[in-house]
Unconditional design. Structure first.
Length: 173
């Protein structure tokens, strides 16, 4: 598939948005040597408002870039897959704004499924990286908190985006 210059610029900006929100608001977590961030809220927003393709690319590449730039390069391949699939799942499940509403059951379900996948994905990735699923289980509470914070920010900002008709700027992909 050939990408236009406009689409390349838009996708690059969405990737940068995820990277920036992942790196800007970092709360270190000593138990896992990781951090809690708000990048997930951007993945949810992008996937819901701009579609599966943009959500998958921005989620995977943007989050993996944040890992590479932030000193977590060993996590970047896992993050690329986990956050990319998160964006894909959310974009596939969500029906806003096509339904004519933002606060729908499917939008809530999409954010929940995406967050559960993120927590499960990092548990599996941590088990592989640390050679211990018992050690990886320590990341579940922190990733759950991160996911819940992302969902809250997503619904607050998403409601404002919907009222501002941001979804009319670009067709979903």
């Amino acid at each position: 598939m050939k990408m236009t210059t406009k689409e390349l610029c838009i996708q690059s900006l969405l990737i940068a948005l995820v990277t920036a929100f992942t790196m800007m608001f970092r709360i270190p977590v000593s138990a896992t040597h990781g951090y809690i961030h708000l990048g997930d809220s951007m993945i949810l927003l992008i996937a819901v408002f701009f579609g599966t393709k943009r959500g998958m690319m921005a989620g995977g590449i943007g989050s993996a870039l944040a890992d590479l730039l932030g000193g977590y390069a060993h996590w970047s391949p896992f993050t690329l897959l986990i956050k990319g699939l998160m964006g894909f799942l959310v974009g596939k499940i969500a029906d806003a704004p096509q339904s004519g509403k933002f606060f729908t059951f499917r939008t809530a379900l999409a954010s929940f499924v995406g967050t559960v996948w993120m927590v499960l994905g990092y548990f599996i990735g941590g088990g592989i990286l640390k050679s211990s699923f018992a050690v990886a289980a320590m990341s579940v509470p922190e990733n759950t908190i991160q996911g819940i914070a992302g969902i809250i920010v997503f619904f607050v900002v998403g409601g404002a985006f919907y009222k501002a008709k941001v979804y009319k700027i670009l067709p979903r992909q």
